[in-house]
Ligand binder design. Structure first.
Ligand code: GDP
Ligand code: MN
Length: 379
């Protein structure tokens, strides 16, 4: 679950990380009052669950309360990377001399959290990571010991932070680490952490991603989930316990098992296609769940062909086929479908689908090739 900037910064602040004064304007005409309270010069910040808002024009400096009101209205009319802006954060404008990057995520290769810092923070951090990765300093954190004081100090030295900032940097790093572990986050990031003109360290931006599988331990955080800002198909999928991720391609896929779903996406690419989604219906899925999954796939206008890849073990292929047929009665699907079913009750399942004019295939490669060909020749 992704948190908005304002939510992330509020959590950081609880752990002692300095953040600018400010709050979300709701309704938008409140931006003017907030700007007055904060002394006139404010930053109007679009709250959308995607990065790169600055470059997309979603972060605006307002020089007066009147300016703030106009910019808030303007930003609220924007779409950033396909997501409509529904909330704006109004923060006091802060003058700064330097932008630092500081973040924590999990490093799967070492099976540990890794803290990353860079003196080249700000909106170009992706380019820095791609072109000059040596400018990003990494420190692995032992999950049992936590972040050690010397590690934070080493990082401060490595990014050439002047000595007077070592202590506050250490406190911020420690706060970020605690925010990360205590909330079961998979990402906690401050970009930029700035050195202000009056020589303080302040987190101007904040980003947190929480582990969905740990949300049951944080009912308060689960409540702040902003369903309106998430992909509606992903929200719908979660209701049915489906693991679904919307992607850019045109071949919709329905697979049982996360590993098999990954392999299916790889084979689609190998056949020259692009998957429109990742979708794992899980083991032993009922026909209702399968029907929901197919409705979700078909609700995506990018999908030009659907590929079913079902390995029947606990999951019964005939049950999957019945779910597909049930869904097809509700949704009027023009989209061609290709099915590859093997394992428990596969013959029965294939017969049901073939009766419904579906293309069937013996092997995954065969099925993927057919689905890709259909999708790529569709207009
Ligand atoms: P992002 O583009 O989505 O990461 O949004 P950020 O909140 O990081 O804002 C992008 C950039 O806008 C930052 O790197 C800063 O350079 C600038 N910015 C953000 N807040 C302020 C502020 O309070 N004062 C000033 N002067 N610049 C800001
Ligand atoms: Mn940022």
């Amino acid at each position: 679950m992704k948190l908005h900037e304002y939510q992330s910064k509020q959590i950081f602040a609880k752990y002692g990380v300095p953040i600018p004064r400010g709050r979300v304007a709701s309704p938008a005409n409140e931006a003017r009052h907030i700007a007055e309270e904060l002394g006139g010069r404010v930053v109007i910040k679009s709250q959308v669950l995607v990065g790169g808002r600055g470059k997309a024009g979603g972060i605006r400096l307002a020089k007066s309360p009147k300016d703030a009101a106009d910019l808030a209205t303007f930003v609220l009319g924007m779409d950033i990377k396909g997501l409509p802006v529904r909330k704006v954060l109004v923060d006091e404008a802060i003058g700064f001399d330097k932008e630092i990057y500081l973040g924590i995520t999990n490093d799967r290769a070492t099976r540990r959290p890794v803290m990353m810092a860079s003196a080249a923070g700000g909106v170009d951090i992706e380019e820095v990571a791609a072109e000059t990765p040596e400018k990003i300093i990494k420190t692995h954190i032992d999950p049992l010991l936590g972040l050690r004081e010397y590690q934070a100090r080493d990082m401060a030295v490595s990014i050439d932070l002047p000595r007077e900032y070592w202590r506050p940097f250490g406190e911020i790093a420690e706060g970020l680490w605690r925010a990360y572990t205590e909330n079961d986050a998979t990402l906690a990031e401050i970009n930029p952490l700035v050195i202000t003109a009056d020589k303080r360290l302040v987190a101007l931006d904040g980003k947190m991603v929480l582990d969905d599988n740990a949300l049951f331990r944080h009912p308060d955080l689960n409540e702040i989930r902003d369903l309106a800002a998430e992909d509606p198909l992903e929200v719908e999928a979660r209701k049915y316990g489906l693991s679904y991720i919307n992607l850019d391609g045109n071949v919709g896929c329905m697979v049982n098992g996360a590993g098999l779903a990954m392999a299916t996406m790889d084979i689609i690419k190998l056949c020259g296609g692009e998957p429109a989604n990742f979708l794992d219906i899980g083991g032993g899925a009922s026909s209702e769940k399968v029907a929901a999954a197919l409705r979700i796939i078909l609700a995506d206008p990018k999908v030009k062909a659907v590929l079913f890849n079902i390995f029947g073990g606990i999951t019964r292929c005939d049950e999957v086929a019945r779910g597909v047929l049930a869904a097809l009665q509700e949704v009027n699907a023009e989209v061609p479908m290709v099915a590859r079913l093997v394992g428990t009750n596969a013959e029965e399942g294939l017969r049901l689908l073939a009766d419904a004019n579906m293309v069937t295939a013996e092997t995954l490669v065969d099925a993927a090739a057919k689905a890709v060909e259909i999708a790529n020749s569709a207009k």
